[in-house]
Design a protein around this ligand. Sequence first.
Ligand code: KG4
Ligand code: ZN
Length: 350
Amino acid sequence: MTRGRVQRTLLYAGWVGVVLGIETSCDDTAAAVVDEHFHVLSSVVESSLDQHRAFGGVVPELAGRAHVTTIAPVIRRALHEAGLDPLAPALDGVAVTSGPGLIGSLLVGLSTAKALALVWDLPFVGVNHLEGHLFAPLLESSDLTWPLMTLLVSGGHSLIVFQPGPGEHEVLGETIDDAAGEAFDKVARWLGLGYPGGPEIDRLAHEGSPDALKLPVSMVGDDLDLSFSGLKTAVVRATERHPEVPLADVAASFQRALCEQLLRKLRQALERYDVKGVALAGGVAANSALRSGVTQLAREFAVVCHLPTMAMCTDNAAMIAAAGLFRLRHGGASELNLSASPNWQLAEVS
Ligand code: KG4
Ligand code: ZN
């Protein structure tokens, strides 16, 4: 699809202008305003991470309670920073993550979004969180062209997605057990590092040798599914056998084995599908080794590489507003009786 055609599809299929996005699927309470050209006018994220650290993972009840106290001030700030009147903002729609995610957390955002849409008499749309991640590159790359291959790797999900055009997605492969970020977090926990573990392992890996431990690269077959739980177990076994190996070496060896699997699968996907660009999305897209591996792959396949900034890798509401803007333009407004869908698969989005 050419850039011109894509722009027309995105911009003119039913007019919707400025959209407020709300995201509360996990531990981040986020609100953002995105305009009709997919420019981010504001993006506010408040995390309750500090409350979860001691537990080594997100505690659903704490996350839900934190959203209740944070959501109104976060929305007010997002409207203010976008230059809108918080009492009567000049908006054209409200978009909110309605799944997948933690049920208690999703319900806070969903109820708030419905109430605002009702009071302001605006169209309202429930957005799939994963589709939101897929829209993040559009907010930052002026040269985004389709077809696009995206590697979406976060704390809850790991998928390889082929996108023939905006809003179209074919899931080519996904994890059959843990998500990539979950593997980072579990290995970090085993090593006695803090939560979330990904950034800490990434930092430590710079000081270590990836050759120190021999770790298996899982899923060497032809299909594009992913698996990380075997690697996690292999790290546990290897460190029990070789307790003398420095932490930085363990981190570097683990990171290389994990990234190698992701990059091999992405390479297989690029060999099979003709695309114009490759994109990274999700929290693990912040990983420095993965970013440089994907950059090299893109160079090799002569396609444009879209690496989101750190703020766009992790959960935010601008990506939800962008996906919502697209859905609203294509007639996808939701009814006000929409419920939260904690297990909503990307493949079910139409
Ligand atoms: O997308 P995200 O903010 O939340 C989910 O929707 O899951 O992703 C959070 C995940 C965590 O598992 C965290 O450890 C991982 O992203 N992460 C990283 C890095 N930064 C965050 N993993 C590897 N390397 C990083 N630099
Ligand atoms: Zn996410």
